[in-house]
Design a protein around this ligand. Structure first.
Ligand SMILES: Nc1ncnc2c1ncn2[C@@H]1O[C@H](COP(=O)(O)OP(=O)(O)OP(=O)(O)O)[C@@H](O)[C@H]1O
Length: 640
C-alpha cells in the first residue's frame, strides 16, 4: 500500500509512524477466528442485540419477534398452498375439473399473501416503535458511561478514538442489526418450512440444499471478516483523514489556515490519505468480489446438483411429475430463504464487531470511572497535604510529576511557578482531585481523596482554566454554569462574580446583555475576544464559590486594567467562603511573577519536581531559580 506516488509525498503531520489504538488488536484476533468459531460467535451477537432490545422494551421485543415469526409462518403456509395448487393442476384428469379442484388452494395462496402483507406492515410499524427506543437506550448508556470517566481518560488517544468509533460505527450498527435480525427471523421460518417441504418430498434433496447454504455462509463470513480487518488496519488512516478534515473546516483554525496559506497543503494531505484509503477500498472490494464469486459458484453448483438429482428421481420414476413441480418450488423458496437468512445473519455477525466496539467502549469507560467509594471528602479542608506524589499521563513513560511533597493550609494563596512544561497545571489538577496520582496520595485533612467520592471532592473545587470553556449559551448562563444548582433568583451572587472578574463590562457591551447567545453556531450568536472569554471564565469560577479555587493563568489574555481587577477579585474571593465564615484555599498558576509577590507561598517547579518554595522575600533572598526568573521579568519592564 505504502508505495506509489502517494508514498513519496511527505506527511503533513510529519510522520507515518502511528501506533494502532489499543483496542484494535483484540478486534483483529476476534475477526481472524475460524469459520466454526465465527459460527459460535453469531448467537452471542444475536443475544447482545436482543438484550439491548429487551432493556428498551420487553413487550415490544416479544411482539416484534412474534410478528416476524408469524410473517414467516404465513409465507410457509403460502408455499404449501402453492404446492397444493401445483399438485392438483399437474395431476391426471380433465383440466376444468383440476382447476375447480385447485380453487380452495388458490384462495389459501391469496389469503396467505394478504396476511403476509398485513403481518409485514405490522412488523414494520412495531419495529419503527422499537428501534428508536433501543437507540435512545444505547446512546444513553454510552453517554452515561463516557460522561462519568475521570479526566485522565481524555488524555488517552485510544480511548478518544474508541469513543469516536463507538459513535460513528457502534451505534449505527446496533440500529442496522435490529432490522437485520428481524428480517433473519422471518426468512429463517420461510427457509425452514421450504427445507422441510423439500425433505418431505425427497430426503436426498436436503443435504444438497444444505451444501448450497454452507457455501453461502462461508463466503458471507469471509466478506464480513475482510471488511472488519480492513477497518481495523485503516484505523490510523481514518483518524488522520478525520484530523485533516477538521483542519479544513474548523472555524478556530480558519484564520491561520488562510494567513499561512495552508489551503493547498491541507488539500494535498487530504487527497493523499484519501487516495490511500480509496486504493485500500478498491483492493478490499476486489477481494470481496472474488470470495463472493467462489461462494456463489459453490452454491450454484450445489443447487445445480439438486436439480440433477431431481431429474434423476423423475427419470427413475421415484418421484411423480406433480411432486417434482412442488419440489422445484420448495427448492427455489429454500434457496431464496437461505440466501436471505445468510445475508442477514452474516451482516449481523459483521456488525457485531462494531457492536463489540460499542460494548468495549462501555466496559472500557466503566474501568475509567473513579473507584466506587462511600466516604465523603472533608468539608472545606483545613489542610491539603501532598505526599510523595508521582504522575504520568496515559501512554507516556515520562513522569510529569515526581517526588512531590507539599502542605497547603486553608486561607493560603499558593502560587505555582516555573518554566513551560515544568508540571504546574498537572500539579494543580492533582491538588484539586481532577487527576489521581500514579503513586502517592493527596490528603484533605488526613483523608486520602482517592478513597472518597469524586463528587464530594469536586463539589468543593472551582477551576478557572487558562483557556476557559466557551459554552454555547447566553452570557448569563456561561457564568451560571459555575454552579447550576444555585437558586440565585436575586442574582446577588451572579452580580458579585461578574464585578469581581471584570466580566460586567463584557456583559454590558453585548447587544442583549446577559441574554446574548455566545456562539457562532447559532444564527444571531455573538463571539467574544480571548480576554473577554477569560473574564467570563473567571466570573464562573468565582460564582462557583468553592473551598478550593484553582486559577490556571487566569489573566494570561487580559489587559493590565482587567488583570488588576481580577487579582483584586480573586484576593477578595479567597478571603471568605460562601457563608463568609472562613478562608478558602487558592492555587494560582501563573507566569506573571509580579502577581505572585503577595502569595503566602510560592512553589517553584522544575522538570516535574519542586525545587524551591517560600515567600517572595525568602525566595528572592535565596537567589535561586525564582530570583533569576523574577529579575528577568523585572528587567524586561525597567529596560526600555
Ligand atoms: N495531556 C497530556 N498528555 C501527555 N503529556 C502531557 C499532557 N499534558 C501535559 N503533558 C506533559 O506533562 C508535563 C507537565 O505539563 P504541564 O501542563 O503540567 O506544565 P506547565 O508547567 O503547566 O506548563 P505551561 O507553563 O506551559 O502551561 C510536560 O512535559 C507536558 O509535555
Amino acid at each position: 500500500m505504502e508505495n506509489g506516488p502517494a508514498q513519496r509525498t511527505p506527511s503533513l503531520i510529519g510522520t507515518e509512524d502511528f501506533a494502532k489504538p489499543t483496542w484494535a488488536t483484540p478486534g483483529e484476533t476476534a475477526a481472524r477466528r475460524s469459520v466454526t468459531a465465527t459460527l459460535r460467535a453469531v448467537p452471542a451477537a444475536i443475544t447482545a442485540i436482543v438484550r439491548l432490545s429487551w432493556r428498551a422494551s420487553p413487550t415490544l421485543t416479544v411482539v416484534v419477534g412474534v410478528a416476524q415469526l408469524l410473517a414467516g409462518a404465513v409465507a410457509a403456509v403460502g408455499l404449501l398452498a402453492t404446492a397444493n395448487v401445483l399438485t392438483v393442476l399437474l395431476s391426471e384428469g380433465p383440466t376444468p375439473d383440476r382447476v375447480v379442484e385447485s380453487l380452495p388452494s388458490v384462495l389459501a395462496v391469496v389469503a396467505s399473501y394478504a396476511t403476509r402483507a398485513l403481518m409485514d406492515s405490522a412488523a414494520t410499524v412495531l419495529q419503527g416503535r422499537l428501534r428508536p427506543r433501543i437507540m435512545e437506550e444505547a446512546q444513553d448508556a454510552m453517554n452515561s458511561a463516557v460522561v462519568a470517566v475521570e479526566l485522565k481518560a481524555f488524555d488517552d488517544p485510544s480511548f478518544r478514538e474508541l469513543i469516536r468509533q463507538g459513535i460513528r460505527r457502534g451505534l449505527p450498527s446496533i440500529d442496522q442489526s435490529i432490522r437485520l435480525l428481524a428480517e433473519a427471523l422471518r426468512s429463517v421460518v420461510t427457509m425452514a418450512s421450504a427445507l422441510v417441504a423439500t425433505a418431505v418430498l425427497s430426503l436426498w434433496l436436503l443435504p444438497v440444499m444444505l451444501l448450497a447454504a454452507l457455501a453461502e455462509m462461508w463466503s458471507a463470513t469471509q466478506v464480513g471478516k475482510l471488511d472488519f480487518l480492513s477497518f481495523l488496519s485503516n484505523a490510523t488512516r481514518q483518524l488522520r483523514i478525520g484530523v485533516v478534515q477538521d483542519l479544513i473546516v474548523k472555524r478556530e483554525l480558519a484564520a491561520e489556515v488562510r494567513a499561512y496559506r495552508l489551503q493547498d497543503q491541507l488539500m494535498a494531505e487530504h487527497r493523499r490519505v484519501a487516495s490511500q484509503l480509496t486504493e485500500e477500498t478498491v483492493r478490499l472490494e476486489t477481494k470481496k468480489g472474488f470470495v463472493q464469486l467462489v461462494g456463489r459458484t459453490l452454491s450454484g453448483l450445489s443447487t445445480g446438483l439438486a436439480y440433477v438429482l431431481l431429474g434423476l428421481l423423475l427419470h427413475q420414476g421415484v418421484m411423480p411429475l406433480a411432486l417434482a413441480g412442488t419440489a422445484v418450488l420448495a427448492m427455489r423458496n429454500a434457496n431464496t430463504g437461505l440466501a436471505a437468512t445468510m445475508r442477514s445473519l452474516n451482516r449481523v455477525y459483521e456488525l457485531s464487531h462494531y457492536i463489540d466496539l460499542y460494548h468495549g467502549l462501555l466496559s472500557d469507560a466503566a474501568g475509567r470511572h473513579h473507584p466506587p467509594c462511600a466516604a465523603l471528602a472533608p468539608h472545606n479542608p483545613t489542610e491539603i497535604r501532598i505526599e510523595n506524589v508521582e504522575f504520568s499521563y496515559p501512554g507516556s513513560t515520562q513522569r510529569a510529576l515526581r517526588d512531590i511533597n507539599l502542605c497547603i493550609r486553608r486561607g493560603e494563596v499558593v502560587a505555582l511557578v516555573g518554566e513551560n512544561g515544568s508540571g504546574k497545571t498537572t500539579l494543580s489538577k492533582i491538588i484539586a482531585g481532577l487527576y489521581r496520582p500514579t503513586s502517592g496520595a493527596v490528603l484533605w485533612d488526613g483523608v486520602d481523596i482517592a478513597t472518597t467520592t469524586e463528587e464530594s471532592v469536586l463539589d468543593q473545587v472551582a477551576l478557572i482554566s487558562q483557556e476557559p470553556a466557551r459554552w454555547p449559551m447566553t452570557a448569563g448562563n456561561n457564568i451560571r454554569m459555575g454552579r447550576l444548582e444555585y437558586d440565585d433568583t436575586s442574582k446577588e451572587r451572579w452580580r458579585r462574580a461578574v464585578s469581581a472578574s471584570g466580566a460586567d463590562e463584557v456583559v454590558r457591551s453585548l447587544p442583549k446583555g446577559e441574554d446574548t447567545i455566545l456562539s457562532k453556531e447559532f444564527v444571531g450568536g455573538r463571539d467574544l475576544s480571548g480576554g473577554q472569554w477569560q473574564r467570563l471564565g473567571v466570573a464562573r469560577g468565582v460564582y462557583r464559590d468553592a473551598a478550593v479555587l484553582l486559577a490556571d493563568e487566569p489573566t494570561a489574555a487580559l489587559d493590565a486594567k482587567a488583570e488588576a481587577v481580577v487579582f483584586e477579585g480573586l484576593r477578595r474571593a479567597s478571603a471568605l467562603d460562601g457563608e463568609g465564615t472562613g478562608s478558602r484555599t487558592t492555587i494560582l498558576v501563573t507566569h506573571r511573577l509580579v502577581n505572585v509577590r503577595r502569595a503566602e507561598r510560592i512553589v517553584v517547579l522544575h522538570q516535574g519536581r519542586i525545587v524551591e518554595q517560600g515567600t517572595h522575600a525568602e525566595l528572592m533572598a535565596s537567589k535561586g531559580r525564582y530570583a533569576d526568573m523574577y529579575a528577568l521579568q523585572a528587567d524586561a519592564y525597567t529596560t526600555a
